[in-house]
Design a protein around this ligand. Sequence first.
Ligand code: PCA
Length: 206
Amino acid sequence: MRILVTGFEPFGGENINPSYEAVKLLPDRIGGAEIIKMEIPTVRRKSIDVLSDKIEEVWPDAVVSVGQAGGASAIRVERVAINIDDYRIPDNDGNQPSDEPVYSDGPNAYFSTLPIKKMRDAIQAKDTPIEISNSAGTFVCNHIFYGVRHLCETKYAGKGIISGFIHVPFIREQVVDKSDQPSMKLEDIAAGITAALEVIAESIGE
Ligand code: PCA
């Protein structure tokens, strides 16, 4: 059993992205699953291309993407990806689409196929602030969430790959110059993701 877990490269003027920092801290095995870690570019299309190449190399049972949600005070397990790219800032290659679809032949939205309520309960059991979120935004995080779900429904149909998205808050060193912004300890973020991966591994094994 394999779970491919991705984090993003820094963007928007930040020097680090807590998503990949947390992914790097994950154990290599969780509950019977091999954890494969990967950093992906914060770039429209390229993020999906790089990740789909990796999916076709390792054929994971689940793909869990993690991204930074500056301003969040809890880990957010995302429920839904929408077919829109509407970027409030340029991505790391300067793309700034306005109201464009992720896939022009795709449906308006996809739900996460991860066990989101069980993930929430597992993270909560670690005394870590957690919420189910009903919007992953319209930037590269929503883009990769939608893109992987679309591939799982089309090109990878029948492979049984489940996928979804988790947003994480800033970590402390990112908010020293933003005193109004919440942050979470990197170790707590990593422990929360680990707890979520435990229930994902269990659900794959069922
Ligand atoms: N967060 C951004 C994209 C990359 C990341 O870590 C987002 O929420 O869309």
